[in-house]
Ligand binder design. Structure first.
Ligand SMILES: Cc1cc2nc3c(=O)[nH]c(=O)nc-3n(C[C@H](O)[C@H](O)[C@H](O)COP(=O)(O)OP(=O)(O)OC[C@H]3O[C@@H](n4cnc5c(N)ncnc54)[C@H](O)[C@@H]3O)c2cc1C
Ligand code: FES
Length: 545
């Protein structure tokens, strides 16, 4: 529990149905979660270890307790982590049976110390200190791996929370240290040999070997028993004239976020792109309240247009406009315009951004430009990649014996087919599955039993999305996007018997969890079932383990 106060709580057994769960909020805001199966009761810290949601407001489906916010999932019998976005299982307490009631004392924690005695004479080498690399190392240690782990990263910082860069960090609500995954002492605490500021220049997959060249051309080769590559993605810069000017930014790293924060004070900011990065940057800068103006330029009249329907997009546009964001839609950027400014410290001039020129001849004035124009996977280390835009791996993220490619670079086969997905939770999921593959633990599901999930946060409102749909335009919408309370189901076509392949929501979290669990099990509702009044929560709860 986050708060150290000890609680002794007595719970009436009859309040919890078999197969169910219930949470009990304490005066200090801590939460105790009880799960029940026949006469077996278990007690846990009921605050999700990811960001503190009350797990009792999520859903229990068979043995799975699913968090309502970002779908971290725990085993109802012992709190084991089954799905990220959390990176730890639940703290479990001993339960005293008094007959008709139970007593839980939160000082009586069940010891879950891990022995770390598996594969002790092996070496796992991880390239990439992002979500996927971090989670592989973390989960290996949390599930008993006792070998050597080396994590090599081109970053100068230990693994950190990238999604928060375009949310609380850019908005100025979160200090840098809070972004570090697992805390400041993560590497030493988990016995990870963390090598920062090192760029791997070559990979020899057949030999499970990497090469690092230093500035003087000296090569360092390292060979391991298991090689995990998770080099992520980098922003695409469209071939506009002027894209190299001072004042043009992209956002991928903490340093990028710091530069944007510092440069945007009192400036006219123009964001190119209406995907989730563009919209989150607009929201975070609006919340920071330090810019002169914020304008977003979009190619058509939609925001997050490949994710949500036009109706939901219109509601999001309205939300942004209410916060002072201006939009220029149906606009095609042809050039970032340069202005010459006098350098006050010398007699010379320097060039920087002055505006954006559009195909219709209009110009949007700008002091800084932020490009939110998509990312490309960093796959150059795999010369043999057999897909144009990703490394083809199996549902255990394996490329060949002992070599794994994961996160944003992986074109992995999974429950929904073969695809490459650029989401934080998916990258963590890949790390968890890879750790199990290294440990040869077949009790952990591969990607064949997992589905994608992502969320975006704008003005404190979380839009969440489960599954994968090629387009949001074959959809059924319930609720009212304008009041930020809706759920929308997406289909591959308009057939009545076609099952939904994705859904998004604002404000209807439990329904989205239910949908995700049904989708995962191949029981997503058809159009006909939805029209007939399918009760999605009842159906999901009826799922057996
Ligand atoms: C600002 C921002 C906000 C986001 N918000 C969300 C969100 O709200 N929800 C969501 O689902 N997703 C979000 N994402 C996407 C998510 O962060 C990515 O999908 C995820 O980080 C991918 O993880 P990864 O481990 O594959 O790669 P990364 O996290 O990109 O990590 C790659 C790592 O590899 C290292 N590296 C690269 N090349 C080399 C090399 N040659 N040698 C050594 N190291 C190397 C890099 O330095 C880095 O440490 C966001 C992304 C950004 C940039
Ligand atoms: S708060 Fe539970 S998954 Fe984020």
């Amino acid at each position: 529990m986050t708060n150290a106060t000890i609680h002794t709580v007595t719970i009436n057994k009859a309040d919890i149905a078999s197969g169910g769960m219930k949470s009990y909020k304490q005066d200090d805001d801590s939460i105790i979660l009880i799960t029940r199966d026949d006469d077996a009761f278990q007690a846990f810290d009921g605050k999700c270890p990811h960001a503190g949601a009350d797990l009792g407001t999520g859903l229990r489906c068979g043995n799975r307790v699913v968090c309502p916010w970002h779908h971290a999932t725990f085993d109802s019998r012992d709190g084991t982590l089954l799905e990220p976005i959390a990176t730890e299982g639940l703290t479990q307490y001993e339960v005293t049976d008094n007959g008709d009631s139970l007593t839980v004392n939160t000082s009586a924690k069940i010891d879950k110390q891990i022995a770390n005695d598996k594969l002790t004479d092996t070496h796992t080498l991880i390239v990439g200190g992002g979500a996927a690399g971090f989670m592989t190392a973390h989960q290996l240690r949390n599930t008993g791996y006792g070998g050597k782990i080396t994590l090599i990263s081109a970053d100068d910082k230990a693994p950190y929370n990238r999604p928060l860069l375009s949310k609380a960090f850019l908005a100025g609500n979160m200090p840098e240290e809070k972004l570090l995954l697992g805390g400041a002492d993560w590497a030493s605490k988990y016995d990870i040999n963390l090598l920062l500021n090192k760029t791997v220049s070559e990979i020899l997959p057949n030999e499970r070997t990497i090469v690092i060249k230093d500035k003087n051309g000296h090569s360092d080769r390292q060979t391991a028993d298991f090689l995990v590559v998770a080099t992520g993605a980098e922003p695409k810069i469209p071939p506009f004239k002027g894209a190299e000017l001072d004042g043009v930014y992209t956002l991928r790293s903490m340093d990028d976020a710091k530069l944007i924060k510092a440069a945007s004070h009192d400036q006219r900011v123009v964001i190119v792109g209406t995907g989730f990065i563009g919209m989150e940057v607009a929201s975070a800068l609006a919340q920071a309240g330090t810019t002169a103006s914020i304008t977003v330029i979009g190619q058509d009249h939609r925001v997050m247009g490949n994710i949500v329907s036009e109706t939901v997009s219109n509601a999001l546009i309205k939300l942004h406009e209410e916060k002072g964001i201006q939009f220029v839609f149906d606009a095609s950027v042809t050039e970032i315009v340069e202005v010459k400014k006098a350098d006050e410290t010398s007699d010379s001039n320097f060039s920087q951004v002055g505006g954006i020129k559009l195909a219709n001849g209009e110009q949007v004035d700008a002091d800084i430009v932020i490009l939110g124009t998509g990312v490309a996977p960093r796959i150059e280390l795999f010369e043999e990649v057999n897909a144009p835009d990703g490394v083809q791996v199996d549902d255990h993220l394996q490329l060949r014996d002992g070599v794994y490619a994961l996160g944003d670079i992986a074109k992995a086969s999974g429950q929904m087919g073969r695809m490459r997905i650029e989401h934080w939770r998916v990258a963590l999921q890949h790390g968890l599955v890879t750790a199990a593959a290294i440990l040869n633990d077949d009790s952990v599901s591969s990607l064949a039993a997992r589905i994608p999930f992502f969320w975006t946060m704008q003005y404190g409102k979380s839009l969440r999305y489960s599954g994968h749909a090629a387009t949001p335009d074959h959809n059924i919408l319930f609720g009212s996007p304008d009041t930020l309370n809706y759920i929308e189901y997406y289909f591959d076509d308009d057939g009545e018997d076609t099952r939904a392949s994705a859904a998004s929501t604002l404000g209807r979290d439990k329904e989205l969890v239910a949908f995700s669990e049904l989708l995962r099990r191949g029981h997503a509702p058809t159009r006909a079932q939805i029209h007939a009044g399918f009760n999605i929560i009842d159906q999901a709860q009826a799922l057996s383990p």
